[in-house]
Design a binder for this molecule. Structure first.
Ligand code: NAP
Length: 246
């Protein structure tokens, strides 16, 4: 499906990003596994992809660093000739009620989640325009649509991603580049592992499908939006949440 395509997945060393990288590679894409600090985990993803006959390499880069992101994208384009698929998945949480939320915790979440998305999209756009096409998929969240108590910073960053996605989609729609967002609900990863069993059980019971999502559920949606089947879809938010929000 993605033979000859080059895909950059940010935050691909663990969780949802890892599943996206694995699936894109299984479908033929050359995948750049970006990560922030966990080199062992990133190397393990690359090893698994290579063992399954795919092609991948790991690249450390904090997406909140404008210059480092430019260097990463320049490097990939130089090595592989293009970036056909960009998945902005890197994300963090620093949850607290607004009364207790520090300025630093607000800024760091915005810097990684929203500004990181700005950095990668800004730098990838010129090569994609030169290539006369591309797919950008930004990972937002159900709470970017609904809001969530204790996550004002995170929800704002994810709502920002939705506005950003639609604006950029309009700017490049006539140039063969689609820009969409995927909004996961509650997915089993390190990010949600910090919650107590009783909170997880409460969330599971409140879900119409009565199960927590798997990273692969999100990866399926991303692969669809990256595929030729989605060539007439842009500026959309695809919710993958077991019915959590409808
Ligand atoms: P995760 O398990 O915590 O993994 C986060 C990934 O992001 C790791 O690969 C991490 O790299 C990377 N990362 C963090 N900061 C980074 C930075 N500054 N630059 C580059 N990479 C960075 O998270 P997840 O649950 O898979 O979430 C992935 C995305 O889905 C996030 O955008 C999250 O907001 C979104 N999401 C998750 C859920 C959920 O229920 N899990 C729901 C809705 C949306 P290292 O390994 O090097 O630290």
């Amino acid at each position: 499906m993605f033979k000859e395509k080059v895909a950059l997945v940010t935050g691909a060393s663990r969780g949802i990003g890892r599943a996206i990288a694995m699936q894109l590679a299984a479908k033929g894409a050359k995948v750049i596994v970006n990560y922030a600090g966990n080199q062992a985990a990133a190397d393990a993803v690359v090893k698994e992809i290579n063992e399954q006959g795919g092609e991948a390499f790991a690249y450390q880069c904090n997406v909140n660093d404008f210059t480092a992101v430019k260097e990463m994208i320049d490097y990939i384009v130089k090595e592989y000739g293009a970036i056909d698929i960009l998945v902005n998945n890197a994300g963090i949480t620093k949850d607290n009620l607004l009364l207790k939320m520090s300025e630093q915790d607000f800024d760091s979440v915005m810097d990684v989640n929203l500004k990181g998305c700005f950095h990668t999209c800004k730098h990838v756009l010129r090569p994609m325009l030169k290539n006369r096409g591309g797919r950008i998929i930004n990972i937002t969240s159900v709470v970017g649509v609904t809001g969530n108590s204790g996550q004002a910073n995170y929800s704002a960053s994810k709502a920002g991603i939705i506005g950003f996605t639609k604006s950029v989609a309009k700017e490049v729609a006539a140039k063969g580049i689609t820009v969409n967002a995927v909004a996961p609900g509650f997915i089993q990863t390190d990010m949600t592992d910090v919650l107590s069993e009783s909170v997880k059980n409460d969330i599971t019971n409140s879900l119409p499908m009565k199960r927590i999502g798997a990273p692969e559920d999100v990866a399926n949606a991303v692969c669809f939006l990256a595929s030729d089947d989605a060539s007439y879809i842009t500026g959309q938010v695809l919710e993958v949440n077991g019915g959590m929000n409808m």
